[in-house]
Design a protein around this ligand. Structure first.
Ligand code: NAD
Ligand code: AKB
Length: 318
């Protein structure tokens, strides 16, 4: 019997992941938890707990009392915000992970999902078709925390048999919840400005190519990875995963196919150097071989779906 806890459930990934987990397991078996005092509207169909992942005792109590078998640990500061609050980013991104890894080591959890990112790679990494195993010298606080997290996940698996599974997500694109402080967020914001009829000011240069993925693909990958038989999981740091890759100019041109008067201007800021330190495309052959990963959404597909579904009212909601 699976009973899951999603920590950081109120964010871009969590709001969609919880809904899918509730469909699979039954609402009462997928508990959403977040720092936010109010349960996000889309998560009201099941249990919600206000929780600070940095409160180790509170997290332990919920997991033990509720007989949780699986944790999805999503609470983190993303790349752009982390550069502004490096000390806190390191604390949040690492301490919560240790709390959960230790609970699994003590036998309270059967499985953990912890997301990594393309941010584990750095300026010295081969940029195109970045391999699963390669030079990794991340130059951002966020990337350093994700790389350290990957090493600890593998360590807890090797030394203590903790069944922890992970994906290096690319930039994720979705319409249900706004993204929270990443470098790839421009590729979501652009749809809201196109819908509003505004000229979009992009904080990256026109030719900055980054790996991206539509959220539905990311959620499907996460569920498939977590359901894969244990002997299929050959990577215990984190799996490379690829959806599509594009530049700001390419996504703007695709939007223009639907919104002919759409305009974009380029005004790069501090996030340009973060983006330049990351790969432009990812080799995910190991995920394909091990647990049958295959993306479904191309740039064209995700532009269609986003333009159909973005709701500009989200921009003025809390
Ligand atoms: P997000 O910022 O949208 O959501 C994070 C959630 O965590 C928020 O709802 C926030 O309220 C909550 N949170 C923050 N501090 C907390 C705390 N102390 N206790 C409990 N909850 C807290 O992030 P996201 O985009 O959903 O990303 C989730 C995870 O996936 C992160 O680890 C991120 O690094 C990783 N990831 C995301 C992307 C992406 O493009 N979205 C790409 C790669 C990796
Ligand atoms: C970010 O831009 O920080 C995230 C990520 C790729 O990890 N979207």
């Amino acid at each position: 019997m699976r009973k899951v806890l999603v920590i950081g459930a109120g964010g871009q990934i969590g709001t969609e992941l919880v809904i899918r987990l509730r469909e699979k397991l039954g609402s009462e078996n997928a508990i959403a938890a977040d720092l936010k005092a109010d349960c996000p509207a889309s998560l009201k169909g099941g249990p919600y707990i206000q929780m600070d992942v940095l409160d180790r005792e509170a997290v332990r109590k919920v997991i033990i009392d509720q007989k949780i078998t699986e944790v999805y640990l999503l609470a983190a500061l993303l790349s752009a915000t982390a550069e502004k609050h490096p000390d806190f980013a390191w604390k949040l991104n690492m301490d919560g992970l240790f709390t959960i890894l230790d609970l699994a080591k003590e036998g309270y959890l059967k499985k953990i999902f912890w997301p990594s990112s393309i941010a584990v790679f750095g300026p010295t990494t081969p940029k195109e078709n970045t391999p699963q195993r390669t030079v990794m010298e991340p130059s951002t606080v966020y990337g350093i925390s994700k790389q350290a997290g990957e090493r600890w996940c593998e360590y807890y698996y090797d030394k203590f048999g903790v069944d922890v599974r992970s994906i290096r997500y690319p930039g994720l694109i979705s319409y249900t919840t706004l993204p929270g402080g990443g470098t790839t967020d421009y590729a979501v914001d652009i749809f809201y400005q196109a819908k509003l009829g505004n000229k979009f000011s992009c904080f990256l240069k026109e030719d900055t190519r980054l790996p991206m993925m539509f959220m539905e693909d990311a959620i499907r990958a996460t569920l498939n990875l977590m359901e894969a038989p244990i002997d299929k999981i050959g990577i215990r740091s984190s799996y490379n995963l690829s959806g599509c890759d594009f530049t700001p100019e390419e996504i703007a041109n695709e939007i223009k196919e639907h919104v002919s008067d759409f305009e974009i201007a380029y005004d790069p800021d501090y996030r340009q150097s973060i983006a330049e330190s990351w790969p432009s495309s990812i080799d995910d052959s190991q995920a394909r071989e091990d647990w049958g990963w295959k993306e479904e959404y191309s740039l064209k597909d995700l532009v269609n779906v986003m333009l159909e579904n973005v709701n500009v009212d989200l921009l003025t909601q809390d």
